[in-house]
Design a protein around this ligand. Structure first.
Ligand code: UD1
Ligand code: CA
Length: 472
């Protein structure tokens, strides 16, 4: 069995971000940069067709420094942590992980290293680096990419026969070296036995720091095996500043959209559609322009969402329609329609077939199956039964200035236009309220109440007795 450990370097402040927030906590498609890197690591398979041994991996070791407590709080048990007290370069950062890596059981023979600011790296590419390393029995294997705009990346210097000689950081590169368009992506595999003593012996460089990249020249001088794997520039994007953050966002967004499109989701205008990485969408759902779906949202099949819609952290069943509306922490069962211009706030649960129309708001409420709420209404802290008609302009007066009070509306009730339900209050099943009623006391099942304050008028025999003044 081969064992490896992964080390993610994330101790830097990210000075070029000009931010109080540690760089790796900046958000990309709804998750911090570091979360994307961890996700790629965690998705690494443990067996490969080309290797005859199984791999064993440990939880990733993350090297922290600036904002360590904040980052550790965000990722908790997901990783192991090492502390780099002073940021003296990427080589120094890796050395800070040694004491944590060496006490892992079993001790890893291979150390896979990547940077916390490369959120677009994929598990497929990490796997290629790992497999190449193990099959070549190399001291170092690292990922490179070719680009016409090598910008601030380290350049890969090779000799005439193509063997890697060193990685030169741009600050130290000659004009000729700056023209090299093979860059260092920032993913490395090291043979553990070679790595630690060599890293300990690494001298400070021109910048007074210890660069991980200087290990390449050392290995080359010792005649050790160095291999490279070629990746794409896209997954190499290192986020050093906010311009690169926006570039990464664009690449990731496109990647997410393509995954959904290949998975059977129609996205009418990818340029104006924003979907977070953790969103799940079932097939034949159509997403119209100007739609943003974020958080851990799950959407069923054959829904129609948008245009101009924002859905956060919600669960939608099949065949839902949401137009020009906003959903936050809401649950919509199958066949629910919302909008245009409505708002489901946290705690909204709309059961099967609910129709919530224009300019309506629901908060912290359960609305039963097939209930209609077509125009200008507010339901807050309410439990509404099935087949209820919530007339235009109905309001639950849930807040008395001190506390939020509950409203209960029984199944098949008919709430007339402009009814004010002064909570706490219960309207019984099959009860009716006339237009403009102000309900301050409970209404018995089957009763019709009218006026302000509400007074009992008569009993309704069946739910078909619906007065014409109740808007629908
Ligand atoms: C680094 C590489 C460069 C490569 C590029 C790829 C070095 C010296 N250079 O440059 O060859 O092309 O990444 O994106 O490695 N960090 C620490 N402690 C430190 C310094 C850095 O943990 O003392 C962490 C940072 O938090 C960051 C990562 O290491 O996540 C890379 O550091 P950064 O300063 O971004 O290196 P680059 O200049 O991008
Ligand atoms: Ca970087």
């Amino acid at each position: 069995m081969n064992t490896y450990a992964t080390v993610v370097l994330a101790a830097g402040k990210g000075t070029r971000m000009r931010s109080a927030l540690p760089k790796v906590l900046h958000q990309l498609a709804g998750a911090p940069l570091l979360a994307h890197v961890l996700k790629a690591i965690e998705a690494l398979p443990l067996s490969f067709p080309s290797l005859d041994t199984h791999l064993f991996s440990h939880r990733p070791v993350v090297v922290l420094g600036y904002g360590a407590a904040q980052i550790e709080a965000a990722f908790a048990e997901r990783c192991l942590y090492a502390l780099q007290h002073e940021q003296l370069g990427t080589g120094h950062a890796l050395l800070a992980a040694q004491s944590v890596v060496e006490v892992l059981d079993p001790v890893p023979q291979t150390v896979l290293v990547c940077y916390g600011d490369m959120p677009l790296i994929t598990s497929e590419t990490l796997a290629r680096v790992l497999v190449e390393h193990l099959t070549q029995h190399a001291a170092i294997t690292f990922l490179t990419a070719y680009t016409q705009q090598p910008s601030d990346f380290g350049r890969v210097v090779r000799d005439v026969s193509g063997r890697v000689r060193e990685i030169v950081e741009v600050r130290r590169a000659t004009e000729e070296q700056k023209r090299i368009n093979e860059i260092n992506s920032g993913v490395y595999c090291f043979d553990r036995e070679w790595l630690w003593p060599t890293l300990q012996a690494l001298p400070r460089n021109f910048a007074g720091e210890y660069y991980l990249t200087d290990l390449i020249a050392t290995a080359s001088a010792q005649g050790r095996v160095i291999t490279t794997v070629q990746g794409t520039v896209d997954e190499t994007i290192g986020v050093n500043d906010r311009v690169q953050l926006a570039t990464a966002e664009q690449v990731l967004r496109r990647r997410v959209l393509e995954r959904h499109m290949y998975g059977g989701v129609t996205i009418v205008d990818p340029a104006t559609t924003y979907i977070d990485d953790d969103v799940r969408i079932d097939r034949d759902t159509v997403i119209l322009p100007g739609t943003m779906i974020s958080g851990k949202t799950t959407i069923g099949a054959a829904c129609r969402l948008g245009p101009g819609t924002a859905i956060e952290q919600s669960v939608l069943g099949n065949r839902c329609i949401v137009r020009n509306s906003m959903l936050e922490e809401a649950i919509l069962e199958d066949d629910v329609s919302v909008g245009p211009f409505s708002h489901c706030r946290p705690g909204t649960h709309l059961a099967q077939g609910v129709r919530m129309g224009n300019f309506a708001e629901v908060k912290n409420s359960y609305v039963g199956a097939q209930t209609d709420m077509h125009h200008f209404s507010y339901l807050g802290d309410a439990t509404v039964g099935e087949h209820v008609n919530v007339g235009a302009g109905t309001i639950t007066c849930n807040y008395d200035g001190v506390r939020k009070n509950h409203t209960t509306i029984g199944a098949h009730a008919f709430i007339g236009s402009d009814t004010l339900l002064v909570a706490p209050v219960t309207v019984g099943e099959h009860a009716h309220t006339g237009a403009g009623t102000v309900v301050r006391h409970d209404v018995a099942p089957g009763a019709l109440v009218v006026g302000a304050p509400a007074r009992f008028l008569r009993m309704i025999e069946s739910p078909e007795h619906v007065s014409a003044e109740d808007g629908k």
